[in-house]
Ligand binder design. Structure first.
Ligand code: UT7
Length: 336
């Protein structure tokens, strides 16, 4: 039987209009543009200010652009997976809400939470439905309203995160393109360093949990930083080596955008130069499950059929992973 691979055939994305700059943040907490740029590498981030809107707002807009650009009818979609840590509600899944907003009716959909690794976990999950022949068109969307869980009185976390969404369409191919190899990992001991203390079944929301500011992101920056640097680099090098991808053969590294210093350390370990790395952290910050598709979206016109690409992530859990894919189309031919 001919082997089916899952290949990305289109990208859409959406970021909200409002831009929160470092200068504005400096008026909210004791920080400076210089500290944020030197220690994290972020200049600005987009924030959802539209009243009553959550992650499905940016997610649905990204999916609408994806459907338009790929000339796909919502009826053709078999499955939609939404990677998010900021779902609209505990239930139903934000994937269900996005599907409804864009008119997807002949499909099933669900959310997946793997912290900042959510998009890579979801892409891998989606690829299995394609490779087995169970689905023909699958959408993977990373959608986040991180501003809903950021404490804007905590200077150590509030500069980091932004809101946004990116979505890709996955389809089968019998050619040597698409997702070739993936390695995903988890180590739950890391959960103590990065989590949300209340709002789940262990500590349901109460006046006490709100007074204690337990619905915001809790992060111990330094251990997260150390783990991120070693794990993202190690798994990326492993994926390179086991697929015979030398630094010269690699076209692009697409790393999770959490901290410019983590991105640089990963590139150094892989022996690649900075111009082989997609970096847009300066303008969007860390959009958690949306960072990877936001990079692919911005670089789409430069991507060529056959490009060797490695996606790499690290996030809450701890979760991490890397994927090797051979790009399947010439981005310059895509109508905006
Ligand atoms: O995507 C999910 C995974 N998350 C990550 O990958 C995040 C990983 N961690 C990091 O990126 C970094 O640890 C942070 C950006 C969170 C913090 O940077 P750091 O270089 O580790 O700083 P630090 O926490 O060691 O703090 C150094 C100093 C402290 O002051 P003292 O105690 O030395 O006087 C902080 O209070 O910097 C201070 N500080 C700030 N100063 C100005 C912390 N935040 C700020 C700030 N502005 N915004």
């Amino acid at each position: 039987m001919t082997k089916l691979r899952a290949t990305i055939t289109g990208i859409g994305a959406f970021v909200p209009e409002y831009i929160l700059t470092n200068d504005e943040l400096s008026k909210m907490v004791d920080t400076t543009d210089e500290w944020i740029m030197t220690r994290i590498g972020i200049k600005e981030r987009h924030i959802i200010k539209e009243k009553g809107e959550g992650s499905s707002f940016v997610g649905a807009n990204a999916v609408k652009e994806l459907l338009r650009k790929t000339n796909t009818s919502p009826d053709e979609i078999d499955l939609l997976i939404c990677a998010t840590v900021t779902p609209d509600h505990q239930f139903p899944a934000t994937a269900n809400i996005i599907s409804d907003k864009v008119g997807i009716k002949n499909a099933f959909s669900f959310d997946l939470n793997a912290g900042c690794s959510g998009f890579l976990y979801a892409l891998t999950t989606a690829s299995k439905f394609i490779e087995t022949g169970a689905c023909k068109k699958v959408i993977v969307v990373g959608a986040e309203k991180m501003s809903s869980i950021v404490d804007y009185t905590d200077r150590s976390t509030c500069p980091i995160f932004g809101d946004g969404s990116g979505a890709v369409l996955l389809e089968p191919t019998t050619e040597e393109f698409g997702i070739i190899d993936t390695k995903l990992q988890v180590d739950g001991v890391g959960r103590v360093h990065l989590h949300q203390k209340a709002g789940g079944s262990v500590a349901p929301s109460s006046h006490e949990t709100i007074d204690a500011r337990q619905h915001f992101i809790y992060q111990e920056g330094q251990p997260v930083f150390k783990w991120a640097v070693s794990k993202m680099a190690d798994v990326s090098v492993e994926i390179m080596e086991r697929n015979g991808i030398t630094p010269e053969k690699l076209t692009w590294l697409v790393p999770h955008q959490a901290n410019m210093r983590i991105i640089e350390a990963t590139a150094n370990r892989m022996g690649i130069s900075k111009d082989q790395v997609m970096i847009n952290i300066e303008r969007y910050g860390n959009t958690t499950a949306a960072t990877l598709p936001l990079c692919l979206w911005e670089w789409e016109s430069k991507l060529k059929k056959g490009d060797n690409i490695i996606l790499a992530t690290f996030g809450a859990g701890f979760t991490w992973g890397a994927m090797y894919l051979k790009w399947g189309y010439d981005g310059k031919n895509v109508k905006k």
